[in-house]
Write a protein that binds this ligand. Structure first.
Ligand code: NAD
Length: 301
């Protein structure tokens, strides 16, 4: 390997955890699943309970989305449903949409342009403006190597995760541009920031595409006052992709696998998305925000 080129990193072997920790780092022994660091780093014997980073809930000011109307896709369950409730708790009006019917949820299959147009027209008729769109809906058929994914599954992943996001940006931006305001948040993933052999070839490809779409559409829409950013969560517990652990041992193992000593919660995502939708971020566009407690920090993203 030539000097100055990227070295293959011991920090990024592939199985299980995207960037497993442990082993020797800069001459210092680190233990996976422990917040106790061995001598030499000046942090010895800090227990998780004493850590200043221990989670106490996310804090966002209570008026962050006051007066804003936010359309959320895939909001019948999981992250989408949690975010919608969170937006309302900080003053916003959430329009919950999903392909699957549920109480208080408007039908919207993100792959259908006609449905997008009619839902957004209804929002403008009823509220007079659309301030935010959260492109959260996604398909995922489970982790498997790319040769095990069928062509039909891959086509569906592209349709829902990429085309659905593309259509959403187009239709929402048309409604936002005349008022010269609007914020669109696209869901990607840490699997849209890196490669891995965790079985995310099809799904991960769509998350990379969303990241690219975010940057290009942000550039095109900046002059219209519409911002577009992407977020990249990792392992958020209590969602379709990461169910609640079956027992305390599983829970402890998951927590221990994260550098910050806990698994991500839906509020960790909601608070960042709220910031991006709010007027606290009016000069931020085309950027990507990783929400993972440092899980992929030692991988070259
Ligand atoms: N959960 C995680 O740990 C995690 C990690 C990284 C990224 N993400 C991203 O976060 C988002 C939400 O993840 P989740 O775990 O809550 O997913 P989930 O599978 O639990 O929920 C997805 C929702 O999207 C809806 N949906 C599916 N196809 C649709 C379509 N064609 N039109 C409209 N709605 C449709 C589903 O009905 C469901 O309500 C996704 O974009 C996912 O890629 C999640």
């Amino acid at each position: 390997m030539l000097e100055g080129t990227n070295q293959p990193s011991e920090e990024c072997p592939s199985k299980l955890d995207p960037c497993p920790r442990g082993g020797r780092v800069g001459g210092v022994e680190r233990r996976l699943g422990s917040s106790t660091f061995l001598s030499g780093d000046g942090l010895s014997s800090v227990s998780r309970g004493d850590s200043p980073g221990v989670w106490k809930g996310s804090i966002v000011d209570k008026e962050a989305l006051e007066g804003k109307v936010i359309l959320v896709t895939g909001a019948a369950r999981s992250l989408g449903a949690s975010m919608a409730a969170y937006f309302e708790s900080v003053g916003g009006t959430a329009i919950r949409t999903d392909i699957n019917p549920a109480q208080g949820v408007v039908e919207l299959d993100v792959t259908k342009i006609g449905q997008w147009e009619s839902v957004v027209a209804d929002v403008i008729r009823e509220h007079g403006h659309l301030d935010g769109l959260v492109n959260n809906a996604a398909a995922f058929f489970g982790a498997r190597p790319f040769w095990a994914e069928t062509d039909a599954e891959f086509a569906r992943l592209l349709d829902v995760n990429v085309m659905g996001t593309w259509l959403g940006i187009k239709v929402a931006a048309r409604a936002m541009a005349p008022k010269w305001r609007g914020s669109i948040v696209n869901f990607s993933s840490t699997s849209g920031m890196m490669g891995s052999d965790l079985g995310f070839a099809g799904y991960g490809t769509t998350r990379w595409a969303v990241r690219g779409l975010t940057k290009h559409s942000a550039a095109d829409l900046a002059a219209q006052g519409v911002r577009v950013n992407s977020i990249h969560p990792h392992g958020i517990v209590g969602t379709g992709m990461m169910p609640v652990p079956r027992n305390r041992d599983d829970e402890a193992a998951r927590d221990a696998a994260n550098p910050m000593g806990r698994t991500g919660m839906t509020d960790d995502v909601s608070s960042m998305v709220t910031f991006l939708l709010s007027d606290r971020s009016t000069w931020i566009t085309g950027r990507e925000f990783v929400i993972d407690g440092g899980a992929t920090l030692t991988c070259a993203l």
